[in-house]
Design a protein around this ligand. Structure first.
Ligand code: ADP
Ligand code: MG
Length: 339
């Protein structure tokens, strides 16, 4: 048997990248989540060739102090949690300190950043976890990160990618869900110089739904809003006659995080009762807010899955809210004056 050794930082990062960075859309998700955590009001996402050629995310968030720039690329280095207590009440989208080192281990990364009121900023160029250059830069507030040559040193991963249209669809999907979660942020998604999606960031969720699914869909949705002692649930659900052939038009947003949760989707569907045609599924954007201590987000490296305590209570609340929405449907004004 060979001797037990500690893996190099680069190799360890590449192993983490295997879990966190599956495809271009995972890079986009991690970078945009960082921009959201940095308090950005406006986020531009510029993609070339479905992200394989380049992914650029520009935010107007708080920036990274120059003396911490290299640290941002170290594994398990984060500004978002410090203690065990923090880990069990996460308020940010990120906290694992894995994204930047993982991305930098499998791509070519330029990051330029400046904090509020700084007279200058800094820029770092890292490829395959090696720092190629670090220097001063302008003082534009916020962060611009450019990721190119994705998977240049992991050819198996590169080969596993699907067609450009499939990879692009996954990018669009993740931006749409983040836009639903954060209607107060102005998102702008551009692919090969063509604008694919834009939100104005005025906090109006119905307008975001309209930007993503079109105005006629947004008009055919009704709003629901209720809470109990533990959960606050609000959002928009489609009228029973507006349906799709699969569940992917259901967005469940738990404390601002888009998650996959079969049970919650099932509760929503159950609330429609016999109003839905067999084999058809509603469209919905549901924001569920709860005390972060009641949800464990540290289940999955990409954080698409979470565990909710008192889940059964939440399921009952959702089912009841949906059922009640249609019991009174004729009483609900269409609320389309803002579209
Ligand atoms: P995490 O998001 O889990 O903390 P990341 O590897 O994604 O880990 O980022 C590491 C750190 O770099 C973050 O904790 C944050 O301090 C900083 N950072 C990354 N992206 C940005 C950004 N766009 N704006 C400000 N700070 C950022
Ligand atoms: Mg992050």
């Amino acid at each position: 048997m060979q001797e037990i050794i500690e893996l190099s930082e680069t190799l360890a990062n590449q192993i983490a990248a295997g879990e966190v960075i599956e495809r271009p859309a995972s890079v986009v998700k991690e970078l945009v989540e960082n921009a959201i955590d940095a308090g950005a009001h406006k986020i531009d996402i510029l993609i070339e060739a479905a992200g394989v050629q380049s992914i650029e995310v520009i935010d107007d968030g708080q920036g990274i102090p120059t003396d911490q720039l290299e640290r941002a690329f170290l594994r398990h280095a984060t500004s978002k949690i410090q203690t065990k207590q923090d880990l069990f009440q996460i308020h940010s989208l990120g906290f694992r300190g894995e994204a930047l080192p993982s991305i930098a281990s499998v791509a070519d990364v330029f990051l330029e950043t400046a904090v509020v009121d700084a007279t200058s900023g800094a820029m770092i160029h890292i490829k395959g976890n090696k720092i190629i250059e670090k220097k001063g830069s302008g003082a534009r507030r916020g962060t611009k990160i450019t990721v190119s040559d994705l998977f240049f040193n992991t050819p198996a991963r590169l080969k596993y990618l699907k067609s450009q249209s499939t990879e692009l669809a996954k990018i669009v999907d993740i931006i749409n869900r983040l836009a639903f979660s954060y209607p107060s942020i102005a998102f702008n998604l551009v692919h090969n110089q063509k604008q694919l999606m834009q939100t104005v960031g005025n906090g109006n969720l119905q307008q975001v739904i309209s930007a993503v699914y079109g105005v006629s869909v947004a008009r055919d949705m009704v709003t629901i809003d209720d809470h109990d002692a533990d959960f606050k649930v609000q959002g928009w659900i489609s009228k029973p006659e507006l349906t799709r052939s699969n569940r992917s038009y259901i967005s469940l947003l738990i404390n601002g995080r888009y998650v996959h949760n079969f049970n919650l989707a099932k509760a929503l569907i159950k609330g429609y009762g016999t109003r839905l045609m067999v084999g058809r599924f509603p469209m919905a954007v549901l924001k569920i807010d709860l005390d972060p201590r009641l949800v464990d987000v540290n289940v999955h490296p990409q954080k698409f899955e979470v565990r909710i305590s008192k889940e059964n209570k939440l399921l009952a609340l959702i089912e009841k809210m949906v059922a009640e929405a249609f019991d009174n449907v004729n009483l609900i004004p269409n609320a389309t004056e803002n579209l």
